[in-house]
Ligand binder design. Structure first.
Ligand SMILES: Cc1cc2nc3c(=O)[nH]c(=O)nc-3n(C[C@H](O)[C@H](O)[C@H](O)COP(=O)(O)OP(=O)(O)OC[C@H]3O[C@@H](n4cnc5c(N)ncnc54)[C@H](O)[C@@H]3O)c2cc1C
Length: 317
């Protein structure tokens, strides 16, 4: 049995941020992730200046592709609303691997299945033992399912269904477009150019609304793909996306139970207006580390529930 002070389940932005903060003061951390990094994570890869500030790096420090948008082009029921701002796009496959490596923690590829408490500690799959356990395993986090699900049920009204595709593409239009409520989609669709000749396109909407109307996200995707072709933004023939679900922010009643914590998508923290989850994942991961270091309770208050302030005032502290 391998014993460490803190085990973080999941090496995405939430887990990597937590590990980074703990490692900065030399604490012992093991990250368990079922995937080998770099790994695929469905995500448009939009990040706000707050993410860079929280993780203390500047665009020039980032060794992979990062694009800067000085404007986001909103289209709300056909109305054009260009919003001056400062936002960034990264490729998650690169960004997450870089964050995790930068954290300087030991990482073991392992899919966590069973967790039990034993003598005030946590035992994982009879192979790992720890004093502090951080659940950063995203939507299907086993720490959430073992210790937090009943205390913190995820409201079905907050579940978002998504379809997206990231692929090499020599895009001609370097703008970032966001279409809200097209064909009554209860959500929005996006076109996000990436550096090094990649493009991310996708669509997300409230699952329960679509279900109640007898619609599917796939039907919305077909219309979206047609639109991209019509606008000349994408000229590929078949656009075969992959799907994922996650939860928008609910009132997180309990994010800490003794020495167990949940952060990021495991706690369901993505913003209510844009489904932006990287910033909340990073902030909550840092705060879990703070709670471990200080012994004070994990506090998620003040982690933004909406993204629009960060779009309108990107340098607001
Ligand atoms: C299509 C789509 C587009 C999005 N676009 C954006 C965007 O542009 N900007 C934004 O801010 N947010 C966006 N989001 C939300 C964002 O991707 C998430 O909120 C964010 O990734 C949450 O980070 P996390 O670290 O909590 O979880 P994750 O990034 O999901 O990381 C969880 C990690 O846990 C690991 N794991 C899971 N189960 C286990 C297990 N049993 N054992 C071991 N490891 C496990 C996984 O392999 C994974 O590496 C988008 C989401 C989707 C689905």
């Amino acid at each position: 049995m391998r014993e460490v002070e803190t085990i973080i389940v999941g090496g995405g932005p939430a887990g990597a941020a937590c590990a980074w903060k703990l490692r900065q003061v030399g604490r012992e951390v093991l990250v368990l992730d079922r995937a080998a990094f770099p790994r695929l994570k469905p995500c448009a890869g939009w990040i706000t200046p707050l993410v860079l500030r929280e993780l203390q790096f500047k665009p020039a420090d980032y060794p992979h592709s990062l694009m800067t948008f000085k404007r986001l082009h909103f289209r709300i029921r056909g109305r054009r609303i260009p919003v001056p701002t400062r936002q960034y796009s990264i490729r998650r496959t690169e960004f997450d691997a870089w964050l995790l490596e930068r954290a300087g923690a030991l990482v073991v590829q392992h899919r966590v299945r069973h967790i039990r408490r034993e003598n005030g500690q946590f035992v994982i799959d009879d192979q790992f033992r720890c004093t502090y356990l951080v659940g950063a395993g995203g939507t299907h986090c086993p720490v959430y399912h073992t210790f937090f699900k009943e205390l913190n049920p995820r409201a079905k009204e907050r579940v978002i269904s998504t379809l997206e595709l990231e692929f090499p593409y020599s895009w001609h239009d370097a703008n970032c477009y966001l279409w809200f409520f097209d064909h009554d989609l209860p959500g929005y669709s996006w076109y996000v150019p990436k550096g090094n000749g990649y493009l991310n396109i996708g669509i997300g909407g409230k699952q329960f609304v679509m279900k109640a109307r007898g619609e599917t996200i796939r039907q919305h995707w077909e219309r979206f793909a047609e639109k991209l072709q019509r606008l000349g933004l994408v000229q590929n023939g078949a656009l075969e996306p992959y799907g994922y679900t996650y939860s928008l922010r609910s009132e997180v009643a309990v994010a800490q139970k003794g020495n167990a914590f949940i952060v990021g998508d495991a706690a369901g923290l993505a913003t209510l207006d844009m489904g932006e989850g990287i910033g909340p994942a990073v902030q909550s991961g840092l705060r879990a580390a703070e709670a471990i270091l200080t012994g004070r309770p994990l506090n998620l208050k003040g982690i933004p529930k909406y993204s629009f302030w960060q779009i309108l005032f990107p340098f607001w502290k």
